[in-house]
Design a protein around this ligand. Structure first.
Ligand SMILES: [Ca+2]
Ligand SMILES: [Ca+2]
Ligand SMILES: [Ca+2]
Length: 439
C-alpha cells in the first residue's frame, strides 16, 4: 500500500480543510519545518506560506492544495482508482475533478467519492480482458497445432500434384506422338482416297458384287486399329453402315464414304484407324487432336494448381504457421450501406447495396512493429481512386476469442483501416503487462 500512503499537513490561514495529499515522491518536500524550499530550488519561504492561497514559488510548489499558482499541480490520491495530478487551477473551482472529491475541499460543489465504483468498473474490465486473453491463448494453441497439420497437408498436396503433373507430362508426350502419327496417316489416307472413286471403294467392299455392302462384308475388309488392329464388332459395323445391316451405293456415299473421306463423323469418334483392304484410312486425326487437347488442358490445370499452392505456401504465416488457417477464409462486416469482405492473404473488397463490388486491395505484406511484425497487414493496389492512386487497406490484428472483422474506417480517401480480431493475435507478453500497476 506504499503507493497510497498519504501525508497530512497542517494548514494555515485561509485554508480551512487541512488534509492535502501528495504523491509519495513529492511528500519529502513538505515536511513541516521552519522554512520551505520551492521544489525548483528558486526560493526559500516561511512554512506558513505553504498553502496560504498565495503563489510564492515560481514552480507553484508552495500551493499544491490551492489554485493560487497558475502552473501548480494538485495530486488526486483517488484511493481505489488511479491517482493523478490536475492543474492547481482546478482546485475548489466548483467542478469535481478528482474521483475522491479531494480537489473540492473548500467549495460549494457536492462531490461524491466515486473512486471505488470507477476502480470496480475498471477492474471488471481488466479482468474481462484477462479472461479474453486466456481464452484467446488457449484457442491460439489449438490453431497452432492445426496450422502445423494444415502445413503438412498442403506440402503433401503439393507433392501429389507434382506427381500428377509428371504423369501427365508422360501422357502428353505419348499423345503428341499419337497425334503426329494420326496426322501422318490421315494425310496418307486422303491422298489415297483422292485417287479412288466412290464406286471403286464400293466395289472393293462389295465382295459378292450384289450391289450392297453387308455387315459381314464390312467386317471382312475393314479393321479397327486402336492400340492394336482388330476386327470390327457388329455394332461398330452397323454404325459405319449408318445404322442398318446393309447399304447400297447411294447410301454408302452418305454414310461410310462420307465418314472415310471426312474422317470426323461423330459415329467415328470411337474409331481410330480404319484399315480398308490395302488402303489405310486414318480417321483418327481429329479424335487424337481432341484427346491431346484434353490432356493438355489437364496438364495446364494441374500446373496452375501447383503454382497457386506454391504461392500460397510462400506466404509468411508466422513462426508456427498460426495464420495459415486464415488463408481461404473470408470475413464480412456491414458498415452502413457497405459490406466489407476481408479474405486474409488474398484481398479486401467493398460491396454496396446495389451489389457493385470494389477491390480495396490485394494481399501485400506484414507491416507490424519491429517487435511484432504480425500485428498488421496491408492490402495494396485496389481499384483506382478517382483522386488518383489506388485503394489500399491496412488491417490491424487484435487479440480476441473469435476471429472476426470488427471495424472498418476510411480516415482518408481510399485508405481503409480495419480492425481484425483473432485468437492468433493474442500475445503472452500482454499478460505480463497485465492490469494497471496502480490498481
Ligand atoms: Ca504560498
Ligand atoms: Ca475542481
Ligand atoms: Ca454384297
Amino acid at each position: 500500500m506504499d503507493a497510497f500512503q498519504i501525508i497530512f499537513m497542517s494548514c494555515h490561514k485561509h485554508v480551512s480543510v487541512c488534509d492535502v495529499f501528495f504523491s509519495v515522491t513529492d511528500k519529502r518536500f513538505y515536511r513541516e519545518r521552519k522554512s520551505f524550499l520551492c521544489i525548483d530550488g528558486s526560493k526559500i519561504i516561511p512554512f506558513e506560506q505553504v498553502n496560504d492561497d498565495y503563489c510564492d514559488c515560481e514552480d507553484g510548489s508552495d500551493e499544491p492544495g490551492t489554485s493560487a499558482c497558475p502552473r501548480g499541480r494538485f495530486y488526486c490520491t483517488n484511493l481505489g482508482f488511479r491517482p493523478h495530478y490536475i492543474p492547481s487551477s482546478r482546485v475548489n473551482d466548483g467542478i469535481c475533478d478528482c474521483c475522491d472529491a479531494s480537489d473540492e475541499y473548500n467549495s460549494h460543489a457536492h462531490c461524491q467519492n466515486t473512486c471505488w465504483n470507477l476502480g470496480q468498473r475498471e477492474r471488471a474490465y481488466v479482468e474481462g480482458q484477462m479472461r479474453t486473453l486466456d481464452e484467446g491463448l488457449r484457442v491460439k494453441q489449438q490453431l497452432i497445432e492445426e496450422g502445423v497439420l494444415l502445413w503438412r497437408e498442403k506440402q503433401a498436396q503439393l507433392r501429389e500434384l507434382q506427381q500428377v503433373a509428371e504423369d501427365l507430362q508422360i501422357k502428353l508426350e505419348e499423345h503428341r506422338r499419337k497425334k503426329h502419327e494420326a496426322d501422318r496417316l490421315k494425310e496418307q489416307t486422303l491422298r489415297a482416297l483422292e485417287n479412288s472413286t466412290v464406286n471403286s471403294i464400293f466395289q472393293l467392299l462389295d465382295s459378292n458384287k450384289d450391289g450392297s455392302i453387308t455387315v459381314d462384308e464390312l467386317q471382312a475388309k475393314v479393321a479397327l486399329i486402336h492400340d492394336e488392329e482388330r476386327v470390327l464388332s457388329e455394332d461398330e459395323a452397323v454404325a459405319l453402315l449408318g445404322g442398318g445391316h446393309q447399304i447400297d451405293l447411294t447410301k454408302f456415299q452418305h454414310t461410310l464414304w462420307d465418314t472415310l473421306t471426312k474422317g470426323d463423323g461423330v459415329k467415328m469418334q470411337q474409331l481410330r484407324i480404319v484399315k480398308l483392304s490395302d488402303l489405310l484410312f486414318c480417321l483418327a486425326a481429329n479424335w487424337e487432336a481432341t484427346n491431346l487437347k484434353k490432356v493438355e488442358e489437364a496438364y495446364d490445370t494441374v500446373n496452375m494448381e501447383i503454382s497457386d499452392l506454391r504461392k500460397k505456401l510462400a506466404i509468411d504465416y508466422g513462426p508456427d504457421w498460426e495464420f495459415l488457417f486464415l488463408n481461404g477464409q473470408c470475413y464480412k462486416l456491414k458498415v452502413y450501406e457497405y459490406t466489407y469482405t476481408l479474405c486474409p492473404f488474398n484481398q479486401v473488397t467493398q460491396k454496396n447495396t446495389a451489389g457493385t463490388e470494389v477491390s480495396l486491395g490485394k494481399w501485400g505484406m506484414w507491416v507490424g512493429t519491429q517487435k511484432n511484425q504480425y500485428s498488421q497487414m496491408v492490402y495494396e493496389n485496389g481499384e483506382p481512386c478517382w483522386q488518383g492512386g489506388s485503394r489500399s487497406a491496412t488491417v490491424t490484428l487484435t487479440c480476441g476469442t473469435e476471429t472476426a472483422l470488427r471495424s472498418v474506417k476510411e480516415p482518408s480517401k481510399c485508405q481503409y483501416i480495419m480492425d481484425f480480431q483473432t485468437p492468433v493475435a493474442c500475445q503472452p507478453v500482454l499478460k505480463q503487462r497485465g492490469i494497471h500497476s496502480e490498481l
